[in-house]
Each structure stands twice: as C-alpha cells, then as structure tokens.
Design a protein around this ligand. Structure first.
Ligand code: NAD
Length: 291
C-alpha cells in the first residue's frame, strides 16, 4: 500500500519503519523528528498525505490531531483512509471522523497499547473505531505493526476502550503500590507479598507482569531505577482523558478521579516526571499517613 505517516516520534518512527520493512511504500513527515530508515521524507504533511491509500497519524494530542487533519484531508485521494493511532480525547476522534466523511474519506481511530517496545517489535495492540470497510482496509497495516487489533465499534470507540483500559491500569498500579508500602510497614517481605498476591485474588497485570518492587517478579522498569517504560506523565495524560470523557458522559468515576489527582501531584510537585508510572511505590513507601 501507499502509506503517508505523520508524526515520527518515539512511537511513530518504529511503526513507520516496520511498515516500510514489510514492503509498503511509506512517505513520512514530522515537524522535528527525522524519517527512519526505509521511509521517504516529505516536505510537509500534505505532501506525505497526497496519493496515499492510508495516512497514519501518531501525534501528541487532540488539538494537534485536529489541525493536522484539517491540513491533510483536502490533499488526500478520494476514498483514502485516515488512520489515527494517537491517544486523544473521544470528541477529537469523532470530530476528525466527521471531517473525513465530509471530505469523502474514511477514518479509523486506533490508539495503541504496548509502548515503544511494542512499536519497535511490531507487537502493539490496536483498539479501533470506525466503519467495517475502513477497518478492513487498514487491517493489513495492523498486522505489520501489531499482534492484535480489536474492532471496538464506530468512530471514537477505539479511544473509549483505550482510556477505560488505562483508567483501570492507573488505579490498579496505585492499589498495588499502596499495598506494597503497607506490607513494608507491617514487616512483610516484598518477595513473600509477591508470591502470595500474584497467585491470589489480588493478582493483576501490575503485580504479575510489571511488578513495581525492584528485584521482585519478572524484569520491569522498577529493576532499572524506574526508567520508563510507561512514563508517569503519559499515565497522567490518559487519566485526564478518562476524566474528561467521564465528565462529558456524566459517568461516576471516583477512583479514576483519585488516581488522576495522585498522578498529577506526583508528576507536577513530587519529581515523578520522567519516571516510570510504577515509581508510585517509592513515593508511597517514603510517606506517612496523612489525614
Ligand atoms: P512523541 O512526542 O515522541 O511524538 C510525537 C511526534 O509528533 C513528535 O515527533 C512531534 O514532532 C510530531 N508532531 C507534533 N506536531 C506535529 C505536526 N503538526 N506535524 C507533524 N508532526 C508533528 O510522542 P510518542 O511517544 O510517539 O506518542 C505519540 C502518541 O502515542 C501520543 O498520543 C501518546 O499518548 C501515544 N502513546 C504513546 C505511548 C508511549 O509509550 N510513548 C504508548 C501508547 C500510546
């Protein structure tokens, strides 16, 4: 396929490189980042989009996505698909899909799970929203960039699935870290805590696969001084998106709200920026009970 790829940052660059390595004809553009090997550089977003069967965007947020969409839609060939893989708010995803339809194009919102490691290895999970036809068109690209793609529903459904998943992840990480810090204060060995919880009803992905305690469980960012991994500020971004959506949809999400507030304090006032989101454990372990 002829693919335009806009946004060649930490995630976009390896994704575009994998598409090129699989034999797709990829033209890329980023305002700052260079094109990875195998990707032909374009002089602008419009140029990268012109004549492509599919234009992939991998951008920082909804506002930037909307402005890039306004730039590229007029340049795209009739019937082409705008595949956005960024994590953005549900409203922006729906607005971009509407703009695409008005321009005679299709759109798929397909945020990813799996991080930079998954992007490089081609093992991302895609959560997709959009029509069946558009999903079928981009499915071969999902196969190259990922190991799984779930068609979640119409426009915005991919973003909805992503923020719900990551709200669970943020809440669960905080719960796991809180429990480890309590266990410390009760004199319980962290390895014993892991041995019990990872095989009991408190088990979770954060405990079993991404344990926040160094030297315990499988290798994780905790074993590398909490170098991300999945940075605390990216978790904060996703929790904010979840609460923005909850507010718009009138959903009661008290733990999501509390998780957002904790990551906000951690990132903005406690030096958590640039650390993995599992660094909540040393944060809790170093504190006393308040209130
Ligand atoms: P990044 O900041 O490394 O990359 C974004 C790129 O977009 C940058 O290179 C920037 O120069 C480019 N850009 C910004 N505005 C542009 C414009 N108008 N035209 C062209 N290029 C423009 O971010 P990332 O880590 O690659 O993340 C991209 C998206 O993926 C985000 O929405 C993020 O939330 C999501 N995501 C990231 C991870 C992760 O672990 N990094 C995991 C899952 C999802």
């Amino acid at each position: 396929m002829k693919v335009g790829f806009i946004g060649l940052g930490n995630m976009g660059a390896p994704m575009a490189a994998n598409l090129a390595a699989a034999g797709h004809e990829v033209t890329g553009f980023d305002m700052v980042a260079p094109c990875p090997e195998g990707v032909t550089p374009a002089t602008g977003a419009e140029t990268a989009a012109a004549g492509a069967d599919v234009v992939v965007t991998m951008l920082p947020n909804g506002d930037i996505l909307r402005s890039v969409a306004a730039q590229i839609h007029p340049a795209m060939a009739a019937g082409a698909v705008h595949l956005d893989c960024s994590t953005v708010d549900v409203d922006s995803a729906r607005a971009v899909a509407e703009a695409a339809a008005a321009a005679g194009l299709s759109a798929v919102d397909a945020p990813v799970s799996g991080g930079v490691g998954g992007a490089s290895a081609g093992t991302l999970t895609f959560m997709a929203g959009g029509s069946q036809d558009a999903f079928d068109t981009v499915a071969p690209l999902f196969e190259v960039m990922g190991q799984k793609a779930v068609h979640c529903g119409e426009a915005g459904a991919g973003q909805a699935a992503k923020i719900c998943n990551n709200m669970i992840l943020g809440i669960t990480m905080i719960g796991t870290c809180e429990a480890f810090a309590l266990a410390d204060k009760l004199g319980l060995d962290r390895q014993k805590m892991f041995d019990v919880v990872s095989t009991s009803s408190g088990y979770s992905w954060t405990m079993n696969a991404y344990c926040p305690a160094p030297g315990v469980g499988p290798q994780s960012p905790a074993d590398n001084d909490y170098t991300p991994g999945f940075a605390a500020e990216l978790m904060l971004k996703d929790l904010r998106l979840s609460q923005q959506a909850a507010e718009a949809a009138d959903a009661d999400t008290p733990l999501g709200q509390a998780a957002m507030a904790l990551y906000e304090t951690f990132v903005e006032a406690e030096g958590g920026k640039g650390k993995d989101f599992s660094a909540m454990l040393p944060r809790f372990a170093g504190r006393h009970r308040t209130g």
